[in-house]
Design a protein around this ligand. Sequence first.
Ligand SMILES: *[C@@H]1O[C@H](CO)[C@@H](O)[C@H](O)[C@H]1NC(C)=O
Ligand SMILES: *[C@@H]1O[C@H](CO)[C@@H](O)[C@H](O)[C@H]1NC(C)=O
Ligand SMILES: [Ca+2]
Ligand SMILES: [Ca+2]
Ligand SMILES: [Ca+2]
Length: 328
Amino acid sequence: MKTLIQCFVLIFSLHSMECAFTCDYKYSLLAKGWFKLNVVPETWHDARLRCSLQGAVLASPTSSAMAAEMKHTMKNFFLQDTEIFTGIHATFSSGSYYTVDGVPLSKIPLVWANDEPDNFGNKERCITFNSNGSAADRMCEEPRPYICFRSGKKEVLTNKCGTPDDGYHYYEKTKKCYKFHRAPGTFDHAHFVCSAENGHLAIINSEDEAEVLRKVFADNPAAWIPGNFWKDIAFIGFHDWGSWGDWRTIHGETLKEAGYDKFSGGEPNNATTGEHCGAIYRSALLDDLWCDKPAAFICEKDPAYPPICQPTADEEIDIDERFNNKVE
Ligand SMILES: *[C@@H]1O[C@H](CO)[C@@H](O)[C@H](O)[C@H]1NC(C)=O
Ligand SMILES: *[C@@H]1O[C@H](CO)[C@@H](O)[C@H](O)[C@H]1NC(C)=O
Ligand SMILES: [Ca+2]
Ligand SMILES: [Ca+2]
Ligand SMILES: [Ca+2]
């Protein structure tokens, strides 16, 4: 079920407005889309992934409107002498630059900084952009801030889970949303993905929640999960900080404090090389698992986080229904 969340737009200028989608993104009429500056520097690959997991792309100055909005966004955050990553990259093959959504370099009106691009040391495969509007090629591995961009109208279809991502399903029993990720990842990767989706690795706080996770797991039979890995185990949000046996949720509580500490028979067993990360079997009973061995994982999301910017009453017909479903 989709609810149309309309925007409440305060037009002070082309650049300044408040709107829906999620409140951490700002709408630009000029560039016809949603912008979010990520100030914490990340590698190009992580930047691309984080934007993608939010239903956006790593922003590129593909038009004068995009370039203007990107410069404006940086200046708003006082990023004056910083180069941010764009979505323009040659990570598939050297020298073949495209945006993450396939626009070739030849169609992008870039202004290069002095002596750029130089593919220094034959190691530069990602394009940066500064608040002066100049571009340069840089190493993809060197972390930088970046902007995520979601193209489209001000009205964004979000589901009951407060996201356009239909992988999240709402469960009345816990008043939370869950997404089962079939593509396997290490514990680190799983934590990254859930966080980027504005959730967290699932934390079991009650028998009821264990029952919900059994259902979530049952909706993903092993036969439907592609790949050559163990399908009857999924990472959730607990670990021991590398000190075996002191199990804590990723939010710092002991399992008992969190409300559920039932390990499966014979677990935790610290198998072979040592197991420091948390998982569940299909039974929703707990297991300790190798952090670096890719497994499926389950994210949990509060339907009210991050907030959807609140439209005015006369602009929004379905808003009552939506807010009635929120967690107190
Ligand atoms: C931006 O332009 C100004 C003036 O031309 C220059 O002094 C400054 O170094 C430039 N900043 C960057 C990050 O290129
Ligand atoms: C867990 O396993 C690792 C690797 O075999 C071992 O070094 C460590 O001492 C074990 N810890 C405990 C508490 O059993
Ligand atoms: Ca360079
Ligand atoms: Ca929970
Ligand atoms: Ca184990």
